[in-house]
Design a protein around this ligand. Structure first.
Ligand SMILES: Cc1ncc(COP(=O)(O)O)c(C=O)c1O
Length: 400
């Protein structure tokens, strides 16, 4: 397949009366045209059937099950290991409630130093919740001096010294700022060597790179669906819990009725009987309106296949990388090795960065500006064509 092959399945935002050069799928993915139909279907069924729609709608409850197979394929999981629910930060907290189990000797959490702020707040608040001092309990995995990317040697060094005190590693699969795609299987292996639970925030990885979370033995992961998964602003997230943990019904968790055994849920018994697998972490009955949007998007991923998309993405991103590396204005923060990046490139523009960004915006580019001097762009292979990135490059080149 070629990059942008599914472009006509999406609404492309218009600027100055023509298609924008939309390179912002790392922030908010575009709307698949089918979303309206699928959301309307749920609205119509609700209007015409009321509560009867739970059983007799065209896609009856439990609606989240329509998303499970596609989600499992996307992240390389068994269907029992994934579920769509809640938002990302909420899910990170729920997962830490189960998998961050500090003891007086082992209570620290390792996170990358430029993690997305919400993750940093989440891990710090978990440590504080358990009575630990943030300064002491949070270990930052930093790039080497004057570098922007983290490396595994540094991680191994940290674990050699402090590994016995670390209870949890929680890092981004693809870093939101630099676009660095971390070596998930290696981090997991190294962490496990030190008996540490290893979890990932895959907000910038899911739908962007192909993964094998089950085979890589990742303990848990969470992601959102509004970036590469094109499911609408603030839409629901997903979680992965390895079967090793999911099948163990004694794993402590914060519980709600939707995590209870399906066959007895409506008998409304007092005692909680958890479902095996990731579904056992659900709290509430699923909101089907955002799920309808996710269903529309998942159909496109199923048709295209994440491996094919990843292949198509490599070509366009390499073109962008090669063309932009010759620019004197720009330093690319994202790794040059294609295996260490996804669809995103982060461009450090030290001189007049904001002016360049504003110029690109006026010319119809929709990208993402990070203070003080970084432009993030992503060529999402479902809808971004080679022409999009060629136009972007020529606009950068023509800027004086
Ligand atoms: C890496 C990462 N983690 C966490 C979040 C927060 O997500 P949410 O607002 O869905 O909790 C984001 C949002 O963009 C993100 O990019």
């Amino acid at each position: 397949m070629t990059s942008g092959q599914y472009r006509d399945q999406f609404h492309i935002p218009q600027v100055n009366g023509k298609d924008s050069i939309y390179l912002c799928g790392n922030s908010l993915g575009l709307q698949p045209k089918k979303v309206k139909e699928y959301v309307n279907e749920t609205l119509e069924d609700w209007a015409s059937l009321g509560v009867e729609g739970h059983l007799h709608a065209r896609h009856p409850c439990p609606y989240h099950e329509f998303l499970t197979q596609s989600t499992a394929r996307l992240v390389g999981a068994n269907t029992s290991e994934v579920v769509v629910m809640n938002s990302l930060t909420v899910n990170l907290h729920l997962l830490m409630a189960s998998f961050y189990k500090p003891t007086p000797d082992r209570y620290k959490i390792l996170i990358e130093s430029d993690a997305f702020p919400s993750d940093r707040y989440a891990v710090a608040s978990q440590a504080k919740w358990h009575g630990y001092d943030e300064e002491d309990a949070i270990i930052l995995w930093r790039p080497k001096p004057d570098q922007h990317l983290v490396d595994l040697e540094e991680l191994e060094d940290i674990l050699r010294v402090e590994g016995e005190q670390i209870a949890l590693i929680l890092v981004g699969g693809v870093n939101y700022y630099t676009g660095q795609y971390l070596n998930i299987p290696e981090i997991t292996r190294i962490g496990h060597e030190h008996d540490i639970i290893v979890g990932f925030d895959l907000a910038h990885a899911t739908g962007n790179v192909d993964m094998k979370l089950h085979d890589w033995d990742v303990d848990f992961a969470a992601w959102c669906s509004y970036k590469y998964l094109n499911s609408g602003p603030g839409s629901l997230g997903g979680i992965f819990i390895h079967d090793r943990h999911g099948e163990d019904l004694s794993v402590p968790r914060l519980s709600g009725w939707w995590g209870h055994n399906k066959t007895t849920r409506f008998r409304m018994r007092d005692e909680f009987d958890p479902l095996p697998g990731a579904e056992g972490w659900q709290l509430s009955n699923p909101p089907i309106l955002p799920m309808a949007a996710i269903r529309a998007s998942m159909e496109l991923f199923d048709q295209a296949g994440i491996q094919q998309l990843r292949k198509a993405s490599r070509g366009t991103v390499q073109y962008l990388f090669d063309a932009l590396s010759t620019s004197e204005k720009i330093k690319i923060l994202t790794p040059s090795n294609p295996d260490e990046r996804g669809s995103q490139l982060s461009l450090l523009v030290e001189e007049d960065g904001r002016q360049l960004f504003d110029h690109l915006t006026k010319q119809g580019v929709i990208a993402d500006w990070r203070e003080p001097n970084v432009i993030r762009i992503a060529a999402a292979p479902l809808y971004n064509t080679l022409e999009d990135v060629e136009q972007f490059v020529s606009l950068v080149e023509s800027y004086k």
